[in-house]
Every structure is written in C-alpha cells, then in structure tokens.
Ligand binder design. Structure first.
Ligand SMILES: [Zn+2]
Ligand SMILES: [Zn+2]
Length: 257
C-alpha cells in the first residue's frame, strides 16, 4: 500500500472518530444545557427565551446591528447614504439582508463556539433574534449556504443548515436544500471581494430547480462579511427566481484592502 493510501485511510478513521465524538458531546450538551432557558452568551437562566434569548447584563454589552445600515446588505453606514459603496459597485443577486448582530465581542465569541466547539444548541437563540427581523416577510421557503461533503464530515454539521432549520421551526416556513457545494474554496478571510467571487464562481450548483422557480426565498448563512458567498449562492438561485433575501447571525464590518 502506498503512503498516500495509508494517509487517506488514517484521515477517514480520524474523521469517523471525530464524528462519533461530536455526536456524544452534542448529546451531553443537550442534557446539561437545555437550549431554550439559558442566555446564549453566559448560560445564566432567563425567563423568556423566545422573546429575548440573553440575560439583561449580556444585553448591555452585545453589539446589535441597529444603527443606519445599507438597505441591501445591512452593512453599517457612517454617512447618510441608503446603499453602501460595495452594493453600488457590485451586482447583488439578493434584494435585502436581515442581520441582527455585528460580528464583535460576545457575538463573535459565541458564533465561533457554535461553529468550532460543536455548540449546536446556540443556533436556537441566534434564530430567535434573526426571526424578529423576518416576521413581516412571507417567504415560500428557507434555504441555506451548503458545505462540501468533506467539510461537513470534518465539522459534523453545517451551521447555516442548523440555523435555517431553527428559523423554519420558529417562523413555520419549510426549509429545503437547494444548493450543493462541489469544491472547497480557498480560505476566504484575507481575500478581497473580487478574489473571493472568482474563488466561488464554480463552487455551487443548484439541485432543486423546480422548487425554486418563481418563489420568494430566504437564504441563510452564519456570518456575512463581503457578501461574496451569499451573492454566489443567490446568483445560482437567481436563474429561476428574482425574489431572494438573505439572513445571517452577524454582519462583519469589512474594508476592501
Ligand atoms: Zn448572559
Ligand atoms: Zn450594501
């Protein structure tokens, strides 16, 4: 057996172990932390989770995305403009983004812990806040930004799908998978919008055209930074409908470099 084959088998085995570990830790977390009575930031018991999934003291230090924002991508804007510089120069395939938090401090910590420490139960609290902004819209269904199969095996769950499912329960709107991610895109963090978009151009394919046709769709992701990912997904969906909206937990303020 050559070295590469041995290495592949080893990685597969490691993934299986990680997957089992994820499932066990998820089970214990559910048991230790019932997910709809505790503050999503500090874990303290709170009275009305579905009205306010955080305690009074955390509320004071949480960064809500409540000031003047771009009416398309929800980016905070410091001047009087209605649409940010990015949305004025780059084509958007979605109409509007609904994003309750800014990606800073406590929010950043809890999103990272949701994604990388397997704290799936946090999705419910995030979805409660997202749902507050979405209640007046009548979507036909909710969909989510997909992950490659490899990434899914590595992490154990797709955080965007988990959020979409929680939103679906809260808003009583169905959730369907409509996109597949075929290739792993390079680490996005340090790339400019143009490079990110180029990276993502062929990453997604649509899998349920008939479902999408002429529907009003809510596309869910965890964080929006440059809009490159949600825009690439919306671009694929836009071949069948022009009624696409976006929601995420937090808006990352972004400066083109
Ligand atoms: Zn708290
Ligand atoms: Zn914008």
């Amino acid at each position: 057996m050559n070295k590469k084959l041995i290495k592949n088998k080893k990685t597969q085995k490691n993934r299986k172990i990680k997957d089992i570990f994820n499932k066990i830790s998820y089970f214990f977390e559910k048991f230790l932390y019932p997910d709809d009575i505790k503050c999503i930031f500090c874990g303290k018991d709170i009275p009305n989770f579905y009205e306010k999934p955080y305690c009074n003291s955390c509320e004071k230090s949480v960064t809500f995305n409540k000031n003047h924002t771009c009416k398309i991508c929800a980016l905070p804007i410091k001047n009087e403009a209605q649409v940010c510089d990015f949305c004025q120069t780059q084509k958007r395939y979605f109409k509007k983004a609904f994003i309750p938090f800014l990606y800073q401090g406590k929010i950043r910590e809890s999103v990272l812990s949701f994604k990388f420490d397997n704290r799936r139960y946090l999705a419910k609290g995030f979805a409660v806040e997202m749902a507050k902004l979405l209640k007046c819209e009548n979507f036909d269904f909710i969909t989510f930004v997909p992950m490659t199969l490899n990434k899914l095996k590595e992490r154990g769950f797709n955080q965007a799908e988990k959020l979409a499912n929680e939103l679906s329960n809260i808003l009583h709107i169905p959730c369907f998978e409509t996109l597949k991610k075929n290739i792993e895109t390079k680490e996005q963090k340090n790339l400019t919008y143009m490079k990110r978009s180029k990276n993502l151009e062929n990453a997604f394919t649509i899998i349920n055209k008939d479902l999408v046709e002429n529907k009003k769709i809510l596309l869910v992701d965890d964080i929006v930074t440059t809009c490159a990912t949600v825009n690439a997904c919306a671009c694929k969906l836009s071949k069948y409908t022009n009624n696409i909206y976006v929601s995420a937990i937090a808006r990352n303020e972004y400066h083109e470099n």
